[in-house]
Design a protein around this ligand. Structure first.
Ligand code: A2P
Length: 338
């Protein structure tokens, strides 16, 4: 079985990774349609020996597709996902538009693959920090029963799109030439800085990004009792998010058991030998499938407490890779068509 596959937002930071991973992972596609805004229409996109002409997205774009991976922001998803669904095209959506919709499965294939099988044409990919945090938290949850999470994120600029990565590079370039730089994507300079602000603030002072870790984790883990406190921070890293987590569990935590649970979990690596300066870092986890977990230690601040550090490529596990893993899962289960 092969599929006609589309990418909405093909010219963006995530779209480019989707093109690459569909090829590298040998996803069974017979055709690939690259969709973006009218600004990009007619441009040529190539990958190795292949090339395509970018098409402007229209309501008819999905009529001849089996699957379309959306990565063009929430407004495009809200508009085009129901149109694609009505045309019989499966939507795997990277935006936050449908994540909390009870009819839409929110899936990390290593964690809740069974949820994907209940789809009715639209599936959601989790927030990037949530997907990466859960790759560390879920094996520990299975071993000890998760109750509470306190987290701080260290989020790479490519999570804000291709323009934000360019902004960091341009600022560094201007700085090296002694020139002043004017931020455009972020509200403050990102070079040589950290910005404790990702997404918009609510009345209580949390950002929407911070609440995603709570709401999406509850949905993916099917754990309504989970409580989460999170501070999301943008850092001048090109690629791969890191998250510092302190969690409280139902059962007493045995450190050896915790390390075994991490080691045995699919697509997670334990890198935890601080005496030899070994811990996961963004440069080591960029353009890689697994997430890395390290700095595991007990803490007395919370009952049955454990602190750790998890790193993953947010363009891959937090977006493109996870979306393609969902497509692979549905292909294996013959559940692409609905
Ligand atoms: P375009 O390059 O034509 O603007 P990023 O997250 O890296 O900023 O990328 C956003 C992606 O969403 C790009 O591929 C962008 O295409 C696409 N996009 C933005 N607005 C629209 C639109 N109105 N219709 C279709 N695609 C859009």
């Amino acid at each position: 079985m092969t599929y006609k596959v589309g990418i909405l937002g093909a010219t963006g930071a995530v779209g480019q990774e989707i093109i690459r991973l569909l090829h590298e992972r040998s996803f069974p596609f017979s055709e690939l349609k690259l969709l973006a805004s009218p600004r990009s229409a007619g441009r040529t996109q190539s990958y190795k020996e292949h090339s395509w002409t970018i098409e402007a997205t229209t309501e008819a774009s999905f009529d001849d597709l089996d699957i379309c991976i959306f990565s063009a922001g929430g407004d495009q998803s809200k508009h085009y996902a129901p149109i694609a669904q009505a045309a019989g095209c499966l939507v795997i959506d990277n935006s936050s538009a449908y994540r909390m919709d009870p009819k839409v499965p929110l899936v990390v294939p290593e964690i809740n693959p069974q949820a994907a099988l209940t789809h009715s044409g639209i599936l959601a990919n989790p927030n990037c920090s949530t997907a990466i945090a859960l790759m560390g938290l879920y094996p520990l949850h299975k071993a000890f029963g998760l109750k509470k999470v306190i987290a701080s994120t260290y989020q790479a600029v490519s999570g804000s799109g291709a323009e934000a990565l360019k902004e960091l590079e341009d600022q560094l370039h201007d700085w090296s030439k002694g020139k002043a730089y004017e931020p455009k994507v972020y509200p403050h300079p990102i070079a040589f800085n950290v910005i404790p602000h990702v997404d918009s603030f609510d009345e209580e002072g949390n950002t929407r990004e911070e609440l995603k870790l709570l709401n999406e984790s509850q949905k993916i883990l099917n754990l309504k009792t989970l409580s989460v406190s999170c501070t999301c921070v943008r850092v001048p890293v090109r690629r791969a998010h890191s998250i510092s987590i302190t969690a409280s569990f139902e059962k007493a935590v045995d450190l050896d058991e915790a390390r075994t649970a991490i080691t045995e979990f699919k697509n997670v690596e334990l890198v935890d030998d601080p005496q030899s300066l070994k811990y996961p870092m963004p440069l080591d986890y960029s353009e890689r499938v697994p997430c890395g977990v390290g700095r595991i230690r007990a803490t007395s601040v919370l009952e049955n407490g454990l602190s750790f550090w998890v790193v993953g490529d947010q363009l891959w596990k937090g977006a493109a890779l996870n979306a393609i893993q969902i497509a692979e899962l549905l292909h294996e289960e013959s559940k692409v068509h609905f």
